[in-house]
Structure formats: structure tokens, C-alpha cells
Ligand binder design. Structure first.
Ligand code: SF4
Ligand code: SF4
Length: 386
């Protein structure tokens, strides 16, 4: 084992990196008991908090990279310890002292974010390829009221391009006056911040803030709950001047006003998955249910653990760019449960969940019995515009 510094300097480094929440900890271990990793392996956040309290960060301990920042432990901690801030601080120190020991796939994603503003390394000029032939305009404050910000995953991953296209189509069909940033858009930076790369996050934030300012953006609709959280909580000043909402909030508002034309019956059994960053991080539980519940012919079901207790898909905290071994994937468990419940479609509202679920459906050979869809795709189908 190689420890960072078994003395005061180690404690100072964790404090400076934003992790001094450890001083509140009682070591009751409720966080470890709440953590979903302990359903598939052993993972003890309370022990790591104890280590950090004494300035001890084992630079070789790969467990620091496991946390998906699902917020389950934070929501249950009796002392209000910002556990994920401590983990982020430790990761920051690990990246600073031993960058080469970070998971290789994460380092690749960070390199691509640094050069092209997206985790795949695809050219920045291709960021709006998903929108080709849809007639979507670049945002202009003279013509548009809303910016649609699709997130890197729907913008670049061919498996999720349909999500960005469905969202843009239904925004137009419901009368939203919107444009996109195209190649001026960068990743919101959420995953690299949670992975501890503060300087890279800062450069992505600056790039997006400059684009928002130049275009005089007043309202943003996002597909990803991770973008939502980052813009609202980690882009200081933005939320005061610019309204940021998730697509489910926009759709739920239309449902309430009777302005969402859902006139095609789908005859499907749907299980809805609460993404951690929409639910536990933002308290958005009712809106997606209100939307899906208003689709004709849908039988809407909750997961075995839902709302505040929803099981993480495993993709937050930068883990979407890291390998998870077979047998330890939370998304496999959730897909299995949806199949056992007799669902036709597993629906969610987060690109990371969608990526993980689609992967689990393929690897568990359930593609013939279960579809995985974003809420935008279901709504579009119910509008008869699929
Ligand atoms: S639940 Fe909170 S108080 Fe208890 S060990 Fe975890 S961080 Fe400490
Ligand atoms: S945020 Fe989630 S994954 Fe991370 S330690 Fe807490 S419960 Fe475990």
C-alpha cells in the first residue's frame, strides 16, 4: 500500500480539495449499509471516511473509484456528511499524485474531453450530426426562447441519437421555440468533476458559460439529469439568470395544462426507473410519472426499489467511463427485475441509465422480451409521430 501522507499534510490536502465534511462523521456505518455496492460486493465508505479523517488516502486502493455518487448514503446519513465530496476530494488527490493509476478508460474519456469537449474523442464539428435533416436551427436570441442541450451521449452515441431526435421533434410539435448550440456546445463536465479532475471541469464550464453568454440564453431544456444538476449547482450564477429544466418538467407542465396531445394508445406495460440525478439529487419523482401515466393504454409500474430508494444504474460519478465486471452491474439487476415484472419497456430519463440498460439487455440476452426507451421516445410514439 502506498499512502498519500500519514500526517497533517494529508488532512490539509483533503480539506483543500473540498472534503473536510469528514469531521461530522460518527462512524455509525449507515452509509456502508445503504450503499448499493454491498448487494454485489463489499464496499465500506465509512472506513474510507475514517481514513481521510486521518489524512490517509491509499493511492493504490481502487475502491475510491467505485462510488457512483448515487447519493443514497448522503440521503441517509444522520450527520449530513457530504460523503461524495470526500470521495471526490480523494480522487482529486489521486489524480494529482498518480494520474497513471486512474482507470485507463476514464483517462481516455478525460483526454477526449480535454481535446474535443466530448468523452468519445469525436470531432467537435460532428456534435450536431444527430440533428441533420430535422430542420433544427442554431440558437438565436432573436428567434428562439429556449436552448435544447442534448448531452454528449445522445449527441454522439449512435445508440442514443434517437433520444435527441425524439426530444427535438416533440419540442417542435408542442410549439417550443428552440435552437441548439451545435459545435459551440461542450460536455457539462459532470462526470470529470465527480472523477476529481477539477481543472478539466473548469475549462468545460468556462466554454459553456461563454457560449451561453454570447447567445444570451435565458432558458435551457436538458435531456440529462447530470447536466441539470451541474448547471443548477455547479455553474455559479447561471441558475439565477437562466432557467434550467429537465425535459420531464417541461412535459409534465404540458400535461397539466392539457396541451400534450397524447392520442395514440400504446398498449404497453412500462416500468419506470428513477435516475439518481433526477430523483435523489433533484427531487423530481412525480413529473415523469405524470407524463407516462397520461399515455393511453400504458400500464405504469414502479421498480422493486423506487423513488428515494431507487437502485442506481451504476453510471454516475464517472463510472459510465469505467468497466464494471459482470456480476456486479446494477443495471443487470434492474433489467432482470423488469423482465420478471412482465414489462414490455423499461423507461427512464437519463442517458447514462439508458446506455447501461441497453448494454444489460444485450449481455443478458433479453432483447426479445424487453425494450429500453427514454421518456421522450415513448411520448413521441403516443403522439403518433414515432
Ligand atoms: S452514515 Fe454518516 S455519520 Fe454514519 S459513518 Fe457514514 S458518513 Fe459517518
Ligand atoms: S454515493 Fe452511492 S455508490 Fe457512492 S458511497 Fe454513497 S451509496 Fe455508495
Amino acid at each position: 500500500m502506498e499512502y498519500l501522507a500519514p500526517f497533517k499534510e494529508g488532512i490539509d490536502l483533503i480539506r483543500e480539495a473540498g472534503g473536510d465534511a469528514f469531521k461530522l462523521c460518527w462512524q455509525c456505518s449507515l452509509c456502508s449499509a445503504s450503499c448499493p455496492w454491498n448487494t454485489v460486493r463489499t464496499f465500506m465508505p465509512h472506513k474510507m471516511i475514517c481514513q481521510s479523517r486521518y489524512g490517509l488516502v491509499d493511492l493504490e486502493d481502487e475502491d475510491w473509484w467505485l462510488c457512483s455518487t448515487c447519493n443514497m448514503c448522503v440521503s441517509r446519513c444522520p450527520r449530513g456528511v457530504a460523503i461524495t465530496d470526500i470521495i471526490r476530494a480523494a480522487r482529486k488527490i489521486m489524480l494529482e499524485f498518480q494520474y497513471e493509476r486512474a482507470p485507463a478508460s476514464l483517462r481516455n474519456a478525460m483526454g477526449s474531453l480535454s481535446s474535443e469537449g466530448n468523452p468519445w474523442g469525436s470531432e467537435r464539428s460532428k456534435r450536431a450530426v444527430w440533428a441533420e435533416n430535422l430542420g433544427i436551427q442554431p440558437y438565436s436570441s432573436d428567434q428562439h426562447e429556449v436552448l435544447y442541450f442534448p448531452c454528449c451521449v445522445p449527441a454522439y452515441d449512435p445508440k442514443l441519437g434517437s433520444v435527441a431526435r425524439a426530444t427535438a421533434t416533440l419540442l417542435r410539435s408542442t410549439g417550443a421555440s428552440f435552437g441548439i448550440l451545435g459545435e459551440k456546445e461542450s460536455c457539462c463536465g459532470e462526470s470529470v468533476r465527480k472523477a476529481g479532475h477539477e481543472s478539466l471541469f473548469e475549462s468545460l464550464r468556462k466554454s459553456n458559460l461563454a457560449a451561453f453568454k454570447e447567445k444570451e440564453i435565458k432558458e435551457i431544456i436538458v435531456t440529462s439529469p447530470h447536466c441539470l444538476t451541474t448547471f443548477k449547482q455547479e455553474y455559479p450564477g447561471l441558475d439565477g439568470e437562466t432557467k434550467v429544466i429537465h425535459l420531464t418538467q417541461y412535459l409534465a407542465d404540458l400535461v397539466e395544462k392539457g396541451k400534450l396531445p397524447l392520442n395514440k394508445s400504446l398498449h404497453k406495460r412500462i416500468v419506470y426507473h428513477d435516475p439518481c440525478y433526477l430523483g435523489r439529487h433533484n427531487g423530481i419523482y412525480e413529473e415523469p410519472r405524470r407524463v407516462l401515466g397520461s399515455v393511453p393504454g400504458v400500464t405504469l409500474m414502479d421498480e422493486v426499489e423506487c423513488r428515494e430508494n431507487s437502485l442506481c444504474c451504476g453510471g454516475g460519478g464517472g463510472r459510465i467511463w469505467m468497466e464494471t465486471v459482470k456480476g456486479q452491474r446494477f443495471s443487470d439487476i434492474l433489467v432482470e427485475q423488469a423482465v420478471e415484472m412482465g414489462a414490455d419497456i423499461l423507461v427512464t430519463a437519463c442517458p447514462y441509465c439508458l446506455l447501461n440498460f441497453k448494454d444489460s439487455v444485450v449481455t443478458s440476452d433479453k432483447g426479445n422480451v424487453l425494450e429500453v426507451k427514454d421518456i421522450s421516445e415513448v411520448v413521441l410514439a403516443a403522439m403518433g409521430e414515432e
